[in-house]
Design a protein around this ligand. Structure first.
Ligand code: ASP
Length: 441
């Protein structure tokens, strides 16, 4: 057994949290490759070290004195080192960092130091070898992640190393300069390492006991999903569920390696397994519910639209020419609706209307803003009759007016459009009927 374990910022925010993480690592000898984030928040209005580093760098770039800011960051690490009773001195490291900041080595370099220093601490505390990702995680000249080059180098490199700490979030460009992934990118590093060592599982340790059926800000204490497929997760993440970095799925997916989301504060909880495919029946018909507000529907009406060849294409072309991507496009015989993100659409609104008039000569165009989309996702829906019926009657009981319905051809999800102000009530109603009612609540 070989496991890659990634710990998020809140799991490594203080000496106390790091002790928990290391206990988890030590309790299973197959946990061989450790990917740390930078220290995150210790309490809700604390500041992540990554943010402190960005702020500090921006001050340096503006030519201001950064002594106090550097000291604040250093203090976070010194507290951790003392709390762990480690014999480790980061004075020289901080001198180098300060020097590089003054020489404006780049924001990516600045942000990466959070993971780098936490990696040094974890390596000293566990005795696992420290590997600087600048040597093994490669970006190309344009700053894009070079997946195949990284895979080849990392695979070879790790063949002879049994236990290692590899900081998350960054790598290097061909000229050696540091490049980071986007925020939350340590999840990607973990996935890349898991692929390279052909891990049996990629454990992603965080501060929740897995992927939740829905947003806990809307439904209190939602259930944890036991098993979810990559495809289901992608649907939910796209619609706003925050679990893993979006790009973290791809490396492990290539090798069919499952991801296990776990809670550092409750290691006894099994968490959520994210898998390629499974014959395990989900506990409920639906796996998860997610949604987003802020959409706008553009309704286009024209008699005999249905028989006009190329009508849909011409409509979409107008959106394309204005740089607006569409989310959904439900249609009737003489009507067609295009759903777009309101914020993207607003400033182009009148240009798009004019473009549509010139291109497809509609009888009428009207628009409705402030809509929300809710995705009800579940591989179990395909085999079960009446899911849509249950969903719509639940919404009608909750007095939610449905503005749009779209069922993906894979029968993996049903998307409903509602008014922004009905968003929360709609999600609660869906959760009630598919989860609470099933539990007999
Ligand atoms: N520390 C980085 C961030 O705050 C990366 C990560 O934690 O994954 O975004």
């Amino acid at each position: 057994m070989k496991k890659v374990v990634k710990f998020g910022g809140s799991s490594l925010a203080s000496a106390g949290q790091i002790k928990k993480a290391v206990e988890i690592i030590r309790s299973d000898a197959s946990r061989r490759y450790v990917i740390p984030s930078a220290p995150g928040k210790r309490y809700s209005d604390d500041v992540k070290v990554t943010d402190l580093l960005y702020q500090c760098y921006d001050e340096a770039a503006a030519g201001r004195d950064i002594t106090a800011r550097i000291d604040r960051i250093k203090k976070r690490y010194v507290e951790i080192i003392e709390g762990l009773e480690l014999d480790l001195d980061l004075t020289e490291e901080f001198e180098v960092i300060r020097d590089y900041f003054m020489r404006q080595a780049g924001r990516d370099y600045a942000a990466s130091r959070g993971e780098y220093l936490n990696g040094l601490i974890l390596s000293a505390y566990t005795g696992f070898r420290f590997i600087d990702p600048a040597k093994v995680i490669c970006f190309d000249e344009s700053g894009n992640f070079d997946s195949e080059r990284t895979h080849a180098i990392l695979r070879e490199y790790l063949k002879s190393i049994e236990y290692a700490v590899i900081p998350g979030f960054y790598g290097a460009m061909p000229d050696g300069s540091i490049k980071t992934f986007s925020r939350g990118g340590s999840d990607i590093t973990g996935s890349i390492v898991a692929r390279a060592v052909r891990a049996d599982v990629y454990e992603n340790w965080t501060d929740v006991s897995g992927v939740l059926v829905t947003d806990p800000h809307i439904v209190s204490n939602p259930e944890v999903i036991e098993t979810i497929t990559y495809r289901e997760l992608r649907e939910l993440s796209y619609m706003g569920a925050q679990v893993l970095h979006e790009d973290a799925i791809f490396p492990v997916r290539k090798e069919g390696i499952p991801i296990n989301i776990r809670n550092t504060n409750r290691p006894e909880d099994p968490g959520t397994m994210i898998v390629e495919s499974t014959c395990r029946q989900p506990k409920y018909v639906i796996t998860g519910i997610a949604g987003k507000k802020g959409f706008c529907a553009i309704n286009i009406e024209k008699d005999m639209m249905n028989s006009e060849l190329g009508f849909g294409r011409r409509v979409l072309q107008v959106f394309e020419e204005n740089g607006i991507s569409f989310e959904h496009m439900p249609s009737g015989i003489d009507t067609l609706t295009v759903l777009v993100h309101q914020s993207e659409f607003m400033e182009k609104e009148q240009t798009v209307i004019a473009g549509l008039h010139r291109t497809v000569f509609p009888d009428m165009i009207d628009m409705e803003g402030d809509l929300a989309l809710i995705a009800v996702v579940g591989r179990g829906m395909k085999a079960k009759k009446g899911t849509a019926g249950q969903l719509f009657s639940a919404l009608s009981h909750a007095r939610v007016n449905i503005k749009m319905i779209d069922q993906g051809s894979s029968e993996l999800n049903i998307i409903v459009g509602v008014r922004n102000e009905d968003f929360e009530a709609a999600i609660r109603a869906i959760y009630d009927v598919f989860v609470n009612a099933e539990k007999g609540l």
